[in-house]
Design a binder for this molecule. Structure first.
Ligand code: AMP
Length: 161
């Protein structure tokens, strides 16, 4: 077998492995924490369009709780708390993750956090809430369009997992 053939076969195996992991992420899974981690490890960091673009364009339905010209907030499909909402910028502008932030992103980064506060109030999370921004494979990021997780409605633990 040619060396290039075996490289192609390896690449195909990795690709199929990723599809398998992503499929298991989308189907019902008895251990959601493990599947979140698997999905994050299978995701390839990139600036390409993501499923969130389809949510913004309403091609894919979502449960929107807040929307304005700049940001969209919708319920996470796999909630990790009674309230679990994602807040995203409508225009990604290179912000696939927080580690890609530049000075020019300061306004939208502030807007995302301020929206998290507004939505927390709207959701009645008066006793407190948790804000999370996962970044990169080690940070358990699975969708490369920056997003703020707003979690509430139960007692949070520290340190986080
Ligand atoms: P992260 O792992 O920090 O990148 O978070 C991505 C989040 O997007 C996960 O919590 C997923 O459950 C959530 N998610 C993925 N697809 C959808 C979808 N179609 N609607 C709502 N939430 C989604």
């Amino acid at each position: 077998m040619e060396e290039s053939d075996s490289l192609d076969i390896k690449k195909e195996r990795i690709r199929l492995g990723r599809i398998g992991v992503l499929n298991s992420h989308l189907s019902s899974n008895p251990n959601p924490m493990a599947s979140e981690k698997e999905a994050a490890l299978a995701a390839v960091p990139s600036d390409s369009p993501t499923i969130f673009d389809k949510i913004i364009s309403k091609e894919i339905p979502s449960k929107v709780v807040y929307e304005d010209d700049e940001v969209l907030a919708f319920r996470d499909i796999s909630p990790q708390a009674p309230t679990h909402i994602l807040i995203i910028p409508k225009v990604k502008a290179g912000l696939s993750g927080l580690s890609k932030a530049e000075e020019r992103h300061c306004e939208i980064l502030g807007r995302l956090l301020y929206t998290a506060k507004l939505v927390a109030k709207q959701e009645g999370l008066d006793d407190g809430f948790r804000i999370v921004i996962n970044d990169g494979p080690s940070g358990c990021q699975s969708v490369y369009h920056i997003h703020v997780h707003l979690l509430g409605g139960r007692q949070m633990n520290w340190p986080p997992g």
